[in-house]
Design a protein around this ligand. Sequence first.
Ligand code: ACO
Length: 402
Amino acid sequence: VIDINTLYQDSGCFTYDPGFTSTASCESKITYIDGDKGILLYRGYPIDQLAENCTFLETAYLLLYGELPKAEQYEGLKERITKHTMVHEQMNRFYTGFRRDAHPMAVMVGVVGALSAFYHDSIDIKDPRQREMASIRMIAKMPTIAAMAYKYSVGQPFVYPKNDLDYSANFLRMCFAVPCEEYQVDPVLARAMRRIFILHADHEQNASTSTVRLAGSSGANPFACISAGIACLWGPAHGGANEAALTMLEEIGSVDRIPEYIKRAKDKNDSFRLMGFGHRVYKNYDPRAKIMQKTCHEVLDAVGHHDDPILKVAMELERIALSDDYFVQKKLYPNIDFYSGITLKALGFPTDMFTVLFAIARTVGWIAQWMEMIEDPSQRIGRPRQLYTGAPERAYVPVEAR
Ligand code: ACO
């Protein structure tokens, strides 16, 4: 009979770390976070500088290739991306197969996973050219696929990409332009969309990125891996938190009700938490939240909602929480999701599209991380162990004797 305790002692070093709070699963040169200081760097560059100065494709180049692109490298990437923004016409039929009230994340998981059935020349992961091709295709097509999911859900015709627009403006147009009406992308809204994409592009080994790496470690094709990442991102504790934060702010409704919710958040017997507050890694202000707050103000001004009562609730809630001992001692600060829900709503997106926007941006980070893993010569299949707590070995008992 196997003695469980002996088994674990005999297997050499064994760590049990539920939730991977202190176990690194890989080496990476892509993103650095200092949670205590509230620092986030992509390839060494502070997130606020990138969000302020870069286009999304410049950021994508940086994450994928390790350096900011020179002018010709940037033009080259833009050209390759715009060449691939269309999806195969046959893919249109996928959408009509879904119910119109399907959650767009369900549509994304299906459609992105199905890309591997269309592009047989980009699924051999041993071939660097095929890996690159798959990456370009996914980054290029993700906004088109997402906008089509949105258009289908609201019963409007698909809008094809317009490749002389930049990545973010093109996406807004594919979502909000309607036939027979002139549509001009508001530059303030396009800048906001660009910043939102940059802020969400990578965040080291979060749950969805770890999912992409784990799926990819078996040699699965890149489209399947990104589809797995989208499925993981859909969870409310991950990509779904911005929707939850907005719902909470709307439920609070007015500043005089804030103390009631603060009290609930502090009550050990109440499962309620302030959504958009706290983070597993940041024990300081999430640097993305600061940029998101600024972007939120700009968007609300641009769409004429500067007196939005929900923004007032958010700002007052932040002020009260940041001067409350409970939140100070537990180092609970606003995270990126606190202001992003209000911003995305003001941009015109329904709540079920929020996580989809996150997925468009994070596709770049997922791909950069997947590439880094595949190109690492020491890469092995990911195979976590477990701490077995079940029955010890025992003999089979025939059914009549049980
Ligand atoms: N409101 C009230 N109390 C909180 C909150 C909150 N938002 N977050 C954490 N706490 C308290 C916990 O009750 C716990 O208290 P205790 O020590 O007395 O038991 C303590 O702070 C530590 O919390 P943990 O859950 O252990 O922290 P963890 O790192 O596991 O969780 C998480 C981080 C999930 C983000 C958490 O802060 C949370 O639930 N926040 C609200 C949801 C949210 O905003 N998620 C978005 C994350 S960002 C992203 O995914 C892009």
